[in-house]
Design a protein around this ligand. Structure first.
Ligand SMILES: NC(=O)c1ccc[n+]([C@@H]2O[C@H](COP(=O)([O-])OP(=O)(O)OC[C@H]3O[C@@H](n4cnc5c(N)ncnc54)[C@H](OP(=O)(O)O)[C@@H]3O)[C@@H](O)[C@H]2O)c1
Length: 293
């Protein structure tokens, strides 16, 4: 009988891409949406997952509404901290490896260089704090756990910056885009591949696959650079483009303050696991082809 690689989350960007991957022989990938497991009820979520006897649990679900979290902290903390706590404790008690996805927003963004895994976390937003405390509880559970931090995720589906740029370009000649926040755009398909790789190794008992890792697209970009690359490609697909006007963070206030530096250093996952991130520009082109071809 095939063993289950259970994905918590079904319609999210990363969850969707995980379901398109081919599991190793002897395994099946199964994804549960919130109709099957609701992370607003941590105890019930852990109980349901346990009863399914998965070989590994990949948590691709999260409260991801960064601005709304500022006024809805209890939902963010239940989904991003309390449910991972209950699920990872259940995994620990049954010897099931647990793979968790976290974020660049656990950092304050003040470091002038890319963040490494051991850098001090200092989240500045409710979302960032809920994800950071989620990491703490997963580590404290004692489960065989991998925590993979990623950043600036986009896909051909779902709510993301790439799709927003294409939509806005249809109705605007000029887009004002923040140019003083730096990060590393990550194609959901790529982070899904890295997550599955880590999950399979963890399931096989490879202790090198446990711990905290950074995975993002390779190469630096501001949001304005990202927008420029997205829209520079639109002629290829015969769709309307728009000019980019580079603005500062101060000119685009949001409820949750974004880190000025979101760059994640991926040396550890490259050297320890041989997982090499793709250049973000290439990922962007491939994603646009998937979306528009
Ligand atoms: N998006 C980014 O730019 C970004 C950046 C850094 C890190 N991350 C992290 O990467 C991971 C995946 O993010 P994503 O962009 O794929 O997220 P997403 O597209 O916003 O999808 C969120 C997922 O969470 C699930 N979910 C939300 N509330 C739930 C609940 N109460 N019960 C069960 N499931 C619930 C959704 O379930 P349904 O399938 O049922 O709708 C959906 O599958 C998250 O841990 C996120 O924090 C994301």
């Amino acid at each position: 009988m095939s063993r289950r690689l259970l994905i918590v989350g079904r319609s999210g960007q990363v969850a969707t891409e995980l379901q398109k991957l081919t599991p190793p022989p002897g395994f099946v990938l199964e994804a549960w949406g919130r109709d099957r497991v609701d992370l607003c009820d941590p105890h019930m979520a852990a109980k349901l997952i346990a009863s399914h006897e998965p070989a590994v649990v990949i948590n691709a679900a999260a409260y991801t509404m960064v601005d709304r979290a500022e006024t809805e902290p209890s939902a963010a903390f239940v989904i991003n901290r309390d449910s991972p706590a209950a699920i990872s404790r259940m995994c620990e008690s049954r010897g099931i490896p647990y793979v968790h996805i976290s974020t660049d927003y656990v950092f304050d963004g003040d470091k002038p260089a890319p963040y490494v895994e051991t850098d001090r976390r200092n989240p500045k937003t409710v979302y960032g704090r809920s994800k950071s405390e989620g990491e703490d509880v997963v580590i404290a559970s004692g489960a065989s756990a991998a925590i993979i931090r990623t950043s600036w995720v986009y896909a051909a589906h779902g709510a993301n910056f790439l799709r927003t740029m294409l939509r806005l370009a249809e109705s605007h000649d000029e887009l004002r885009i923040v140019a003083d926040q730096m990060g590393r755009p990550t194609w959901a398909k790529d982070i899904a591949g890295a997550v599955l790789d880590v999950a399979v190794r963890a399931q096989a008992g490879d202790r090198d696959a446990l711990g905290v890792f950074h995975y993002s697209g390779a190469g630096d970009a501001s949001w304005a650079d990202f927008a420029h690359t997205i829209l520079a490609n639109t002629s290829r697909f015969n769709i309307k483009t728009a000019r980019i006007r580079r603005i500062t963070t101060a000119e685009y206030p949001t409820a949750a303050r974004r880190p000025a530096n979101s760059r994640l250093d991926t040396t550890k996952i490259e050297q320890r696991l041989g997982i090499i991130p793709r250049d973000w520009r290439e990922g962007c082109q491939l994603c646009l082809s998937e979306l528009l071809d």
